[in-house]
Design a protein around this ligand. Structure first.
Ligand code: SF4
Length: 325
């Protein structure tokens, strides 16, 4: 591994300044993804700005919002009583991710920033536009079983590997960030981006911006939600397809619906068209099947991932059935 500087500032302003001083600096919190990237030579920062001393661990509720500090660990959030009670979808999604050991280290901010698990991205002997722009995409003509079916480009077909962020999209979260220019909030749907011509950029976060918290408005979905994750083994595996389904019901009628999928695109994939089909209808399997069919509009498979075209709609129907139950 390459030599690097290490600094541990005690407040956000100092952390942002330390990051801005070096164009090849990286923030580090739990390190559950970045250290792997550094050991494999995929990332080689000159300076690590350790943010663990910052006061960003608190989980608090005001009248209208739940605010989750960026340094709260995945396990703390998943087990927090306010999350379990009011946002069970988020708790389920977090518990579906990684392993207990990793969830104890990984933070909310780091989870949002984790990079794709495309094997060509991690293999420095292979071409990869995300790791090294302009070198090509090893997955396009390679083994692409885990890859995207929505929003791909001829530069990259990788998927975002997250679970938490899929639930956050369904719940309409906001990401709060701080940078040299001040503070701003980014709707979670706009936080991750599609690859287009610049797959090296995963998010819309500015170069020296630091994630400080995530907020969720009052949930209409505490009673009827489900996070379904389909994977090759029952734990410690990334999603082939995942679905975050959230419904507000009035008897059997769907008042509000929010749906997002993971494992299918370079960002958590919101299913707005399917939501429109669900709202106002009775919560029946026929309604769910119509929504699932609409959700697949525009899907495009590659050589090894055509199974996702069948798996995804079945997963949507199953997640909706479980949310109602
Ligand atoms: Fe790299 Fe994206 Fe192609 Fe994977 S899919 S090899 S991450 S450019």
């Amino acid at each position: 591994m390459k030599m690097f500087q290490y600094v541990r500032p005690s407040d956000a302003a100092a952390a942002i300044l330390a990051h801005a001083k070096d164009q090849r600096a990286s923030f580090i919190a739990g390190g559950t993804n970045l250290l792997d990237l550094m050991k494999r030579g995929v990332a080689s920062p000159d300076r690590l700005v350790d943010v663990n001393a910052l006061s960003l661990r608190e989980i608090s509720q005001d009248k209208n919002h739940l605010r989750i500090g960026a340094l709260a660990t995945n396990s703390t959030v998943a087990d927090h009583q306010l999350v379990v009670k009011n946002y069970p979808l988020l708790s389920q999604a977090l518990n579906a991710g990684a392993s207990a050991q990793l969830r104890n280290m990984a933070t909310v901010g780091g989870n949002l920033m984790q990079r794709t698990r495309c094997p060509y991205f991690y293999d420095t002997a292979m071409p990869c536009n995300k790791r090294e722009p302009g070198t090509g995409c090893g997955a396009l003509e390679g083994f692409n079983r885990m890859h995207a079916i929505f929003g791909t480009s001829d530069k990259c077909i990788a998927v975002n590997p997250g679970d938490m962020s899929v639930a956050l999209v369904a719940l309409g979260a906001a990401v709060h960030v701080k940078g040299p220019g001040g503070e701003r909030q980014i709707p979670i749907e706009e936080f991750h981006r599609l690859p287009g011509d610049a797959p090296q950029k995963d998010t819309t976060l500015g170069r020296d911006e630091l994630i400080t918290s995530v907020s969720l408005s009052s949930s209409f979905f505490s009673e009827h939600s489900h996070y379904l994750k389909i994977r090759d083994r029952s734990s410690y595996a990334f999603a082939l397809v995942s679905v975050a389904a959230a419904l507000q019901l009035d008897g059997k009628r769907i008042v509000k619906a929010r749906l997002a999928m993971g494992g299918v695109a370079h960002k958590p994939w919101r299913l707005a068209g399917a939501e429109k089909i669900l709202e106002g209808k009775l919560a029946t399997e026929e309604t769910f099947a119509a929504a699932a069919a609409a959700a697949m509009s525009g899907a495009k498979a590659f050589k090894h991932n055509a199974f996702k075209l069948k798996l995804a709609p079945l997963s949507i129907i199953e997640a909706l059935k479980k949310a109602v139950a």
